[in-house]
Design a protein around this ligand. Structure first.
Ligand code: LHQ
Length: 263
């Protein structure tokens, strides 16, 4: 696929996706969603890719759905807003959450609406100190979508998630870190350096174990303790079948750095 609204590059066992409509704060139009879904699907299925980075070009991360394309002519037909969610946004969020490798999100600026849903689906979310998160939906008569009502209460609790959704207040990156919405808030100038360092660490990590950890945390809030521990045992058994586990133990005993192959 030709990428015109995002940048997509693969190198050194990593894939980088940059939302690239900076003059519109990377708001999602359909071609951009189509490209984003193609990129995350490719990154997920490419066994050579062991870690994925998602960020935005310019001063914003993503302003949510492109409202310009939602301009309804007088007397025009009302749009089916569920359609684009089912076709594009939901598969993007599901692919990020279920891909068997970690996704690092570098939130470089304002992150609104569905943009916040996609950002918070990441495994490690870093944000520049000047960035902010806005559940902008209530300001235009919508409900939070793109996984926001699933991720936010789990990350920051219902009181805060509901408050953000109903008030539409801007949550600065520092407070997002304090509330546990993101992993870390960093100085703007350091954002890409820190995100890249984490990406590199993941590119030489025991990928299968990270994928299984991710699956365990995906399941955690829906399971009771006994079911979850059974699942841990299942995944630990699978880890025992990986070459990386044996390499990890061998390297520890030989007092050297492990050389994980992601298998
Ligand atoms: C934009 C946008 C934008 C187009 C800034 N669209 N141009 C909805 C419907 C359907 C199905 C699926 O799900 C969804 C989910 C959603 O995401 S709904 C939420 C949609 N997003 C919003 O309501 C946020 C709208 N934007 C804003 O409130 C502000 O732009 C924020 C707070 C993000 C940033 O404010 P500022 O830093 O002051 O920037 P700005 O407002 O001046 O925007 C810069 C440019 O970007 C400007 O264009 P222009 O040509 O005038 O320079 C904006 O029009 C454009 N832009 N967001 N969503």
């Amino acid at each position: 696929m030709k990428f015109e609204h995002i940048l997509y590059a693969k190198r050194d066992a990593t894939a980088s996706i940059t939302l690239n409509r900076p003059d519109k704060l990377n708001a999602f139009n359909v071609p951009m969603l189509e490209e984003l879904l193609a990129a995350v699907t490719d990154a997920a299925s490419d066994a050579g890719v062991r870690a994925v980075l998602l960020t935005g070009a310019g001063r914003g991360f993503c302003a949510g759905a492109d409202l310009e394309s939602r301009r309804v002519p007088e007397g025009g037909q009302k749009p089916d807003l569920g359609k684009n969610l089912l076709k594009w946004y939901n598969p993007v969020v599901k692919t990020i959450r279920t891909m068997e490798k970690p996704v690092v999100v570098a939130v470089n600026g304002v992150c609104a609406g569905a943009g916040a849903g996609i950002a918070t689906a990441g495994d490690i979310v870093l944000a520049a100190r000047s960035a902010s998160f806005i559940q902008a939906f209530c300001k235009i008569g919508l409900v939070p979508d793109a996984g926001n009502t699933w991720h936010l209460p789990r990350l920051i609790g219902v009181a805060r998630a509901r408050g953000l959704a109903l008030l539409g207040d801007k949550l600065p990156a520092e407070q997002a870190e304090q509330w546990g919405l993101i992993w870390k808030c960093v100085d703007d100038a350091k954002l890409m350096e820190e995100a890249t360092a984490i990406l590199r660490q993941f590119a030489s990590a025991p990928t299968r174990a990270l994928a299984y950890s991710k699956a365990l945390y995906n399941a955690s809030f829906s399971n009771d303790l006994a079911t979850q521990m059974d699942l841990e045992a299942q995944f630990q058994r699978r880890c025992g079948d990986t070459a990386d586990f044996w390499e990890g133990v061998k390297a520890f005993l030989e007092k050297r750095k492990p050389d994980f192959k992601g298998r």
